[in-house]
Design a protein around this ligand. Structure first.
Ligand SMILES: CC(C)(COP(=O)(O)OP(=O)(O)OC[C@H]1O[C@@H](n2cnc3c(N)ncnc32)[C@H](O)[C@@H]1OP(=O)(O)O)[C@@H](O)C(=O)NCCC(=O)NCCS
Length: 364
C-alpha cells in the first residue's frame, strides 16, 4: 500500500454515509468530518464568522454570540443564491482545514466525509471516491424513523438533493446500503480489505493450468456482461479458455494481473493476421480488466509486459480496435502512445446495434 491513501466519502441524506464513516474509523481509518469542519468554521473568532454575519445580517446571531444555525438554515435552504453565497464564504476555509488535517496523517487511510464532496469538487485530488446509496423509499423510512419527520417532509428533503445516480456514476466504489447494519458492515469490510490488498502482480498466464483458464474466463465474462466494451458475446468456459491457452503459438501470449490471489485483468497479444506472412510484423492487443480494478494502473502494468514481449518476438507494430463510444478504452491506448488511424463505420454489433470502431496503431 502507498504511505497515505485519501478516500472521499459521500452520500445523500439518510443513505448511511456517516455510518460507513464510523465503520471505517473502527477498521483503522482516520476519518475527517468535513461537515463538522464547516460548522466549526463559522464559530465566533474564525475569519468566516464576520463574512457570514455581514452577508446575512446581524439577525442570524443568537443571544450567546454564535451563529444561530436554524435561522441561517431557514434563509439558505429556501434561496439557492443565498446558499451559494454562504458556501463561497465557508468552502475555502473548509478545504484548507481539511487539507491541513490530511497532511498531518503520514501513513494509512484518511477518509474525508462530506455531504457536498462532489458538488464542491473537493474529491478531485483524492485517491478514491466512495459513494453510499440507498433506495429512495429506504431513505424516507429512515428519516421518518430517526428524525420524526412526516413522510411528506422526508420526501421533500430526499428529493431536494442532487440525484444519487449522478454521484454513483463518478464513484470508484459504491456502497449500497439497503439492508441492515450487519450487511453494511460486511460490505464496508470487504471494500476495506480490497483497498489494503497486496500489490498487483503481472505475469504470463500458465498454459496447461485450469486455474489461470478459469480466472481469465471469469474476467472475460464479467466484461462481456457489461455489454459496452466488446462485441464478444456468450460465455467463456474454463475449458474453452484452457484450449485457447494450450493452442497459443510462440508469438502469442496472455499476460494476467493478479490481486488478492485472483486474476483481475488480462492483455492478449496475437499476430494481427497469420496469413499472409507479409503481416508478420503486426501484433494485435486485447485488454480486459474487472470494473472494480480499473483506473489503478493495471492497464499500464500489463502493457509494459506486453510491449516487452512484442519487441522480443519480431513485431514492429501493434494495432488495436476500440469501440468509438468507449472513451476510457481510447484514452488508455492513447496514453500508451497509440495513434488513431481512422474509424470503421458500423463495424461491429452489440445486442443487435451497430457500433463504429476506431483503429489505433503504434510503431515499436
Ligand atoms: C481500458 C482499460 C483496459 C484501462 O485499464 P486501466 O487499468 O483502467 O488503466 P490504467 O489505470 O493503467 O490507466 C491507463 C490510462 O488509461 C486512461 N484511463 C484509465 N481510466 C480512465 C478513466 N476512468 N477515464 C479516462 N481515462 C482513463 C488514462 O489515460 C490512464 O492514463 P493516466 O493514468 O496516465 O491518466 C480498462 O478500463 C478496461 O478493461 N476497460 C473495459 C474493457 C475495454 O474497454 N478494453 C479496451 C478496449 S478493447
Amino acid at each position: 500500500m502507498r504511505q497515505r491513501l485519501v478516500i472521499g466519502l459521500t452520500g445523500n441524506i439518510a443513505t448511511g454515509k456517516s455510518e460507513v464513516g464510523r465503520i471505517l474509523a473502527g477498521l483503522g481509518a482516520h476519518v475527517i468530518d468535513a461537515d463538522r469542519v464547516a460548522h466549526d468554521a463559522i464559530r465566533p473568532g474564525e475569519p468566516p464568522f464576520d463574512a457570514v454575519v455581514c452577508a446575512f445580517g446581524p439577525g442570524i446571531v443568537a443571544p450567546n454570540g454564535t451563529i444561530d444555525r436554524a435561522k441561517l438554515g431557514a434563509i439558505v435552504f429556501r434561496d439557492r443564491a443565498a446558499l451559494q453565497r454562504l458556501e463561497a464564504i465557508v468552502h475555502p476555509t473548509v478545504t484548507a482545514e481539511v487539507d491541513r488535517q490530511i497532511a498531518q496523517v503520514r501513513e494509512g487511510v484518511v477518509v474525508v466525509e462530506a455531504i457536498k464532496l462532489i458538488e464542491t469538487g473537493m474529491h478531485r485530488p483524492y485517491d478514491e471516491l466512495w459513494v453510499v446509496t440507498a433506495p429512495r423509499a429506504v431513505q424516507i423510512a429512515r428519516l421518518v424513523e430517526t428524525r420524526g419527520l412526516s413522510g411528506e417532509e422526508a420526501a421533500l428533503r430526499v428529493d431536494a438533493q442532487s440525484p444519487q445516480e449522478a454521484k454513483a456514476a463518478q464513484a470508484d466504489r459504491i456502497i449500497e446500503n439497503h439492508g441492515d447494519f450487519e450487511q453494511l458492515h460486511r460490505k464496508v469490510e470487504a471494500a476495506w480489505a480490497q483497498l489494503l490488498e497486496e500489490p498487483v502482480t503481472i505475469r504470463a498466464a500458465r498454459r496447461g493450468d485450469l486455474g489461470d483458464a478459469a480466472g481469465i474466463a471469469a474476467v472475460l465474462n464479467s466484461v462481456i456482461a457489461e455489454r459496452r466494451y466488446t462485441a464478444m458475446a456468450g460465455h467463456w468456459t474454463a475449458e474453452a479458455e484452457q484450449a485457447y491457452l494450450d493452442g497459443l503459438r510462440r508469438r502469442s501470449e496472455v499476460f494476467v494481473a493478479e490481486a488478492a490471489g485472483g486474476i483481475v485483468g488480462l492483455q492478449s497479444i496475437a499476430p494481427f493476421v497469420s496469413y499472409p506472412s507479409n503481416m508478420d510484423h503486426v501484433a494485435e492487443f486485447g485488454t480486459f480488466i474487472l470494473a472494480d480494478y480499473r483506473g489503478r494502473g493495471i492497464g499500464h502494468g500489463l502493457a509494459e509486459a506486453s510491449l516487452r514481449f512484442t519487441r522480443t518476438h519480431g513485431y514492429e507494430k501493434v494495432v488495436v480496435f476500440v469501440l468509438a463510444d468507449n472513451p476510457v478504452g481510447l484514452a488508455y491506448y492513447r496514453s500508451l502512445g497509440f495513434e488513431e488511424r481512422g474509424t470503421l463505420q458500423r463495424q461491429t454489433k452489440i445486442d443487435g446495434v451497430y457500433h463504429d470502431e476506431v483503429i489505433l496503431e503504434m510503431h515499436l
